[in-house]
Ligand binder design. Structure first.
Ligand SMILES: Cc1cc2nc3c(=O)[nH]c(=O)nc-3n(C[C@H](O)[C@H](O)[C@H](O)COP(=O)(O)OP(=O)(O)OC[C@H]3O[C@@H](n4cnc5c(N)ncnc54)[C@H](O)[C@@H]3O)c2cc1C
Length: 235
């Protein structure tokens, strides 16, 4: 018979996540959702305890948990306050394309730098005119030699105001449809990234969701994740 019981280490991780949710998230979750508060101190503590980058391997600064351990933490944190829990766990979605498509060098450089901080990453796909059908995106990556210049707007970006590392999708040629879309790893410090607004949502308000504008953002080949045209698959 298959044994579904947790190992001693998994039980320890579960208790740590439950304690954190009970002591840190539960007492403030209603207030933070009412006020739309960025849970900065909670993020710092989660980062310190290794509850933030649970699915990222140790060599890139994460906790290196298995999927089971990762979801043990995710479930326990979300139980007491999903807005705050999703701010803690946003790298699970946002960094997946870089983890899948990036070279060792890119993962060490971009993810390895991001995991040093509690501000995490964000996933920049949706646009004002490209939601369910992301393939019609208008954000362009204009090729200049081996470099790219990005212009466009991304909407509804979770952690968009605060993320240290942006996983950004843009097209090199709109006529190519999905085959023109590229994925880029973009550090926040890159000039030209503007936070246009933070969404004033009806609920889930401690979850930061922002609109970002990219104004002549200059990237090089080392920011490109995978090959040109592979971005749609990576997203
Ligand atoms: C809280 C929150 C966080 C988010 N975080 C992120 C993020 O981090 N990064 C990111 O890139 N995006 C993010 N999004 C955006 C999300 O992925 C989009 O909202 C989603 O893709 C839908 O796009 P849209 O809102 O433009 O709706 P639309 O695409 O305009 O859809 C509106 C409605 O029309 C329906 N519809 C659309 N097309 C069809 C069709 N062909 N036939 C029938 N019905 C159709 C849809 O099902 C939906 O009910 C977030 C959204 C929310 C609400």
């Amino acid at each position: 018979m298959i044994d579904f019981s947790l190992s001693e280490e998994q039980k320890r991780i579960l208790m740590m996540a439950r304690d954190f949710a009970t002591n840190e998230i539960k007492p403030v979750t209603i207030e933070f959702d009412k006020e739309g508060t960025y849970p900065e101190e909670i993020l710092k503590k989660a980062h310190k305890l290794g509850l933030m980058y649970t699915n990222i391997p140790k060599e890139y600064g994460g906790s290196g948990f298995s999927y089971l351990e990762h979801y043990i933490v995710t479930e326990a944190l979300n139980y007491e306050g999903p807005s705050i829990a999703q701010m803690i766990g946003i790298s699970h979605l946002s960094m997946a394309p870089i983890q899948i498509g990036g070279t060792e060098e890119q993962k060490k450089k971009f993810i390895g730098t991001m995991t040093k901080s509690y501000r995490s990453g964000c996933f920049c796909l949706t646009e004002p005119e490209a939601g369910s059908d992301a393939a019609v995106m208008q954000t362009v990556a204009e090729k200049k030699g081996n470099d790219y210049v990005i212009n466009g707007t991304k909407r509804f970006i979770t952690n968009g105001k605060y993320a240290d590392l942006l996983c950004l999708f843009a097209t090199i040629d709109r006529t190519l449809g999905t085959k023109g879309i590229c994925c880029f790893a973009v550090p926040r410090s890159t000039p030209g990234i503007e936070v246009v607004k933070v969404e004033d949502k009806m609920g889930h308000r401690a979850l930061n969701v922002a609109e970002l504008k990219f104004n002549d953002v200059e990237l090089s080949e080392e920011n490109l994740i995978g090959q040109e045209g592979q971005g749609f698959k990576l997203a």
